[in-house]
Write a protein that binds this ligand. Structure first.
Ligand code: AMP
Length: 399
């Protein structure tokens, strides 16, 4: 049987089709620019001889329903999914599950209503995610649809980690608390780390760092998330591509009072003009590293602030976890930037983290250890695979 994974955004749908016995990717791609005059459809698949093939076409795709229809046609055309009856399940990425969802969930009318109720917590993401579910139900009415939430993995955090020290009614009546995101990625690399360590996940204490354009750190105790750096929204925590991460909550009041900035401007400032971009004018870490190496002070500062924040979170989570088996790097930056890994871990030797310079800088796209053989805490680089995790969780939910 096969599993289709959909990640539906406001103007795009990304997809991957897996065979569920060995998790081979049969096809993948996206429809982007939905609603624009020329939407782009991309599909890659392996033909009967195993040779990679691809197709691309441009045509107007007015809405998500036609976007998904186009994906289904492409999958039929390539032979990857000749008959939709071959589908065991469709797995949907849903960004926010609030407190309602602790696990992947089989979608029915009631579940759709609950996802709708959570929209105020993720107004930019959940409506598009829900749209994807609604059109998939229409197009594949007999196939189970499973919602997999970015927040679900973090629902095991204790109250002491998820509550903010603000008036109680804000939590009780308005859901203001920390939820955490990137849960699918932290869960995936956590499980892979356990396999590499040769221990059951439930016996592992790990710090996982998902470092991409968005970035978050998670403390995992005995297989469960006990703390994470993102909060009620994905703005809290580490320095990101264009997001500030942690700042004094009084900064927006100050800017509002003294510069007359309104809420929307402040939100845009902290979400889209801050982070690496705000510090040095670039948010592509490769370019920032190149500039820093050439002596550019702003780029050097951006790397320094990012590594300093990372180190603070690693230290905090070491203190929370006590015994720690491994520190895991993932995401575009975590997987590829030896420089940032080295900066984040520098000086942590007395806390049990010792990087091996040669292993850290060796070019590789594989799962690997980059710590010194005698490092008490292993440092691992594990490429994330959120689609595979969603596919697996979808199958678990239907069986
Ligand atoms: P993601 O959001 O996971 O796709 O990650 C995007 C980030 O990864 C961007 O800041 C990229 O500059 C960064 N990145 C990708 N490849 C490399 C690389 N080889 N070295 C350093 N950073 C990289």
């Amino acid at each position: 049987m096969k599993v289709l994974v959909l990640n539906s955004g406001s103007s795009s749908i990304k997809f991957q089709l897996f065979r569920n016995d060995d998790w081979t990717v049969l096809a993948s791609g996206s429809v982007t620019r939905i609603g624009e005059p020329e939407a782009l459809m991309r599909c890659r698949w392996a033909d009967a001889e195993g040779t990679q093939q691809s197709l691309e076409d441009c045509a107007a795709i007015p809405d998500h329903q036609q976007g998904l229809q186009r994906i289904a046609e492409a999958l039929a055309q390539t032979g990857a999914l000749a008959d939709t009856a071959e589908l065991l399940a469709v797995g949907h990425r849903v960004v926010h599950g609030g407190e309602a969802f602790h696990a992947p969930t089989l979608v029915d009318d009631d579940i759709i209503e609950v996802i709708r109720q959570v929209i105020p917590l993720a107004p930019l993401h959940n409506p598009a995610n829900l749209d994807g579910i609604l059109v998939a139900r229409k197009l594949f009415p007999t196939i189970p649809q499973v919602a997999v939430f970015d927040t679900a993995f973090h629902q095991t955090m204790p109250r002491t980690a998820y509550r903010y020290a603000i008036p109680d009614f804000l939590y009780r009546e308005h859901g203001v608390r920390r939820y955490g995101f990137h849960g699918t990625s932290h869960h995936y690399v956590g499980r892979r780390a356990a396999q590499l360590l040769g221990k059951p996940f439930e016996h592992c204490n790990l710090i996982t760092l998902h470092l991409g354009n968005g970035a978050s750190a998670t403390a995992i105790r005995e297989g469960s998330s006990v703390d994470t750096s993102m909060g009620m929204t994905p703005l809290e925590g580490l320095v990101m591509g264009t997001r500030s991460g942690d700042i004094d909550p009084a900064v927006p009041f100050y800017l509002s009072k003294h510069l007359g900035l309104d809420n929307d401007t402040l939100e845009g400032l902290l979400n889209r003009q801050s982070g690496l971009l705000g510090l040095c004018g670039d948010n592509d870490l490769r370019e920032i590293q190149r500039r820093a190496e050439a002596g550019d002070e702003a780029a050097e500062l951006a790397l320094g602030v990012t590594a300093h924040r990372l180190k603070k979170y690693i230290g905090a989570y070491l203190a929370e976890l006590g015994r720690t088996d491994a520190l895991v790097f993932t995401g575009g930056i975590g997987e590829n930037s030896a420089e940032l890994r080295a900066r984040a871990c520098a000086g942590l030797e007395t806390l049990g983290i010792r990087i091996d310079a040669a292993a850290n800088t060796a070019a590789s796209q594989q799962e690997r250890a980059v710590s010194h053989a005698e490092s008490p805490i292993q440092v691992l680089v594990i490429p994330t695979n959120e689609e595979l995790q969603i596919a697996r969780e979808a199958v678990e939910a239907v069986s």
